[in-house]
Each structure stands twice: as structure tokens, then as C-alpha cells.
Write a protein that binds this ligand. Structure first.
Ligand code: ZN
Length: 199
């Protein structure tokens, strides 16, 4: 395969990019500044070496711990549980949530072989056992899998024999059913936080 075809096929693998868009991107790149392309390629080459999941919460970081876990001004009694690392950026972008996060790494999908052991559920319980967290806000997407996972987490947390009481809440109404956190506007997300309900 020649470079042009190979690169087009590389881009067509990106989420949301079809063959036609991939071809348009490659043609656009060919007309760009050489330095821009070199920097782009360099960043891609080192991306997975530099950016790692935070060992505490699972959000992406280039430091030992992410900026949220290492920020002493964050409210350590509040923990927001999300499906993927990019959900942290979405919630952070709307700016009102001042607690900590926990990235599950997906949702329960038994048919695809994703059970509790494939998600960071044990790590979540261990964080709760440290005793600082008073409320867990489950912010999985409002899909069937997201809801099932939320119910499962509530059960696991309530049965984990924690020394301190931990309230478990779920993001509230306003979230489009079957939707994705990533596409929700700031106001809707803010409302779903303030209107969160206890299980
Ligand atoms: Zn972190």
C-alpha cells in the first residue's frame, strides 16, 4: 500500500471518520506546513508513552497523579463515577463539580464479556474503604448498560460493609435517555448534577 492509501486507511479507523472524510483529511494535510505535520506525528508517536491513566482515579495524566487527584482544594468527600476518562473532561468543562472522579473503564456488557472484573470496581470499593468519601455520584451514561451498571454499583457499595455511611446518587433527569455524556450541553449536565437522586 502506498503512503497516501495507508494514511487514508489510518484516518478512516478514527471514530466518526469515514473513508471519504479520511481522504479529505489526508489531502488537507498534504497542503499544510511541514513543521505542523512533524509536531503532529511526534505527538502521536509519544502519546501512549506520555499519557497514562492516573493510578488513583483512572483519568488521563502526564504526571504521576492527575491534576484533580493532586489538587488539595477539591472536595474529597464527593466522588463522581464515570464510564471513560474523557467523561472527566466533559464534566470538568462545565466547571461546577468540585469533587473527585473514578473512571470505571466501561460499563457492564455481559454479552461482550465485560463483567465486574473488567471494570475498576474493586478499586472503587477500596477508595471508599479509606473513609473520606461521603457521597458517590454515579454518572454512567443513561443507556441500558449505564443504568444496569449504576444499579450494580449501588448494590456492591451497599454490601461492601463500609465503616462510614456513603450516600449513592445517580445523575438526574434532563439527561437524554440512551444518550452519551459527551454530547450533553453544559446546562443539562449542571441540572442533572443538582437534581441527582439517591437510590
Ligand atoms: Zn486522578
Amino acid at each position: 500500500m502506498n503512503t497516501l492509501d495507508e494514511l487514508t486507511s489510518n484516518f478512516s479507523r478514527l471514530p466518526g471518520i469515514g473513508r471519504k472524510s479520511a481522504s479529505r483529511i489526508v489531502n488537507w494535510l498534504l497542503r499544510q506546513d511541514r513543521l505542523y505535520l512533524q509536531k503532529f506525528a511526534q505527538n502521536l508517536a509519544v502519546l501512549q508513552d506520555k499519557v497514562k491513566p492516573c493510578p488513583i482515579c483512572g483519568a488521563w495524566t502526564e504526571e504521576e497523579y492527575c491534576l484533580i487527584c493532586s489538587n488539595n482544594l477539591r472536595d474529597r468527600s464527593l466522588l463522581c463515577v464515570v464510564e471513560e476518562a474523557q467523561d472527566v473532561s466533559t464534566i470538568e468543562a462545565y466547571g461546577d463539580f468540585k469533587g473527585l472522579y473514578h473512571v470505571l473503564g466501561g460499563v457492564l456488557k455481559p454479552l461482550e464479556g465485560i463483567g465486574p472484573a473488567q471494570l475498576s470496581i474493586n478499586q472503587l470499593v477500596n477508595r471508599l474503604k479509606q473513609g473520606e468519601i461521603r457521597e458517590v455520584i454515579i454518572a454512567t451514561n443513561p443507556t441500558v448498560e449505564g443504568d444496569t451498571t449504576a444499579l450494580y454499583l449501588n448494590k456492591v457499595i451497599s454490601e461492601s460493609g463500609l465503616a462510614q455511611p456513603v450516600k449513592v446518587t445517580r445523575l438526574a433527569t434532563g439527561m437524554p435517555v440512551g444518550g452519551d455524556l459527551e454530547y450533553v450541553d453544559k446546562r443539562t449536565l449542571a441540572l442533572s448534577f443538582s437534581g441527582r437522586a439517591e437510590f
